[in-house]
Design a protein. Structure first.
Length: 300
């Protein structure tokens, strides 16, 4: 590859982007689609760096540095995953885009674009239909189905996916040559193929410890069937935000590994996996979390 992206995996997607850059056939809007924590926004920011750097993405010049630090005057970053994007936000963006740009491009990065309210999305659609000169939108989503089809039809879609445990292990070994083998093994296993997650676990020992603890809890769980202990565990899961997601993710991964390893109870595990999926959907829809989790525990 021509540019130093410093990204784990996603080679095919990066090659496609490089082809667009080389041929001068850049789309005016890109939408990077795929599960969260796999580095979509990182790729988006690197692409912005490539577009703004006058020296083949040198990682040294002022443009490179400013894009990285999110203080580049013509690179607008709307980062976030929860807070909704309202019509006022889009209006402000339109206003900003009407001003002249001093750089090679005006790049607009929007993370988790499904955060837009319908009103905001409709207003945003108008900019996509008639994008200001030199402007390139790079957006990310993990819920393509929630977007207006009229928005999706006006962007170049790039699909991203999780990587395999073996691949991740190999790459982490390259990036962290001095790290303990045991840590690399655990991170590869626990990050569920999500490259962004893998890096944050490598860089954050406290978070890794939390994941390892939940991993042991999951193992323990599958061996012991005491329903009182399980319900008590649900209570503990609910005490801290995000813990439930981590627990369900690791549980799925452990079951998948068992199925792939030809475990005798594979049929039951497949059944459990679909129950976990159902629970995940229920939890997203703000049902009574405790009830949904207890129901899953009974069925494990
Ligand atoms: Zn540069």
């Amino acid at each position: 590859m021509k540019y130093n992206w410093s990204v784990i995996g996603h080679e095919k997607q990066l090659e496609l982007l490089e082809r667009d850059l080389e041929s001068g056939k850049l789309a005016h809007a890109y939408l990077l689609v795929g599960p969260n924590s796999i580095g979509k926004f990182t790729v988006a920011r690197k692409l912005a760096g490539i577009l703004q750097c006058e020296n083949d993405f040198c990682h040294n010049c002022r443009n490179c540095e400013q894009v990285e630090k999110n203080c580049h005057i013509d690179t607008i970053q709307m980062k976030g995953s929860r807070e909704s994007l309202k019509i006022e936000d889009v209006r402000k963006l339109v206003e900003r885009l009407s001003m002249s740009s001093q750089s090679r491009h005006t790049v607009v990065l929007i993370q988790t674009i499904e955060r837009m309210t319908t009103e905001a999305a409709n207003s945003f659609l108008k900019i996509l239909e008639e994008p200001p000169k030199k402007t390139i939108f790079i957006m990310t989503t993990n819920a393509l189905k929630l977007l207006l089809p009229t928005v999706v039809s006006r962007v170049r879609l790039l699909k991203f996916n999780v990587v395999s445990v073996n691949y991740l292990h190999k790459k982490l070994r390259e990036i962290y040559p001095d790290q303990d083998e045991e840590v690399i093994k655990k991170v590869s296993l626990l990050s569920l193929g999500k490259t962004g997650k893998a890096i944050s676990l490598m860089e954050n020992p406290e978070l890794l410890a939390k994941y390892i603890k939940i991993y042991h809890d999951v193992q323990n769980f599958l061996d012991h069937k005491n329903i009182h202990d399980r319900f008590a565990y649900v209570e503990r899961l609910l005490e801290e935000e995000n813990q439930t997601d981590i627990f369900l993710g690791i549980l799925k991964n452990v079951l998948r590994t068992k199925i792939l390893g030809g475990d005798r109870a594979s049929k039951k595990h497949i059944n459990t996996l679909s129950k976990i999926e159902d629970t995940g959907i229920l939890l997203k829809h703000n049902v009574n979390k405790r009830l949904a989790l207890e129901n899953l525990m009974i069925n494990l």
